[in-house]
Write a protein of this length. Structure first.
Length: 103
């Protein structure tokens, strides 16, 4: 079975640090497990230490095959989108066993 890729996890700035991102990650875990997936992957910007810490707390570990060139989508206030090249660290989480959030 292919590995699902979680893309663009974002919470509006005024609602951050209230547990919404963690809840979204829990829903992802539950739904993908229920669908029979064994792993989930995501890409995170190299300088996004805060998000990497959150993912590690949720059981994501670094993919051992190096960085991947991706495209970041920036949503502008006028509704337009800007596309920028971004080098990402890939993180993977096994979905079997004890996959609850820690910390
Ligand atoms: C990452 C993000 C989705 C987390 O959502 P959240 O609702 O704030 O998450 P929670 O409240 O469940 O958990 C808080 C954790 O989020 C992370 N976080 C908080 N503010 C953040 C920010 N501005 N950017 C990135 N991560 C952030 C931290 O790890 C924090 O945990 P800490 O106590 O160790 O600092 C949210 O902060 C966000 O939208 N950030 C900007 C977009 C982004 O960087 N997305 C990730 C792309 S891979």
């Amino acid at each position: 079975m292919s590995v699902p890729l979680l893309t663009h996890l974002e919470v509006v700035p005024r609602r951050r640090n209230m547990g919404i991102g963690s809840e979204l990650l829990d829903v992802v875990r539950q739904r993908l497990s229920a669908a029979g997936h064994r792993q989930v992957a995501l890409g995170v910007g190299l300088d996004n230490d805060d998000a990497q810490r959150l993912y590690k707390r949720h059981g994501y570990v670094e993919w051992p095959h190096g960085m991947v060139k991706t495209t970041a989508v920036i949503y502008l206030s006028d509704g337009r989108r800007q596309f920028l090249p971004e080098l990402c660290r890939i993180m993977v989480k096994p979905l079997d066993g004890d996959d609850s959030a820690h910390g």
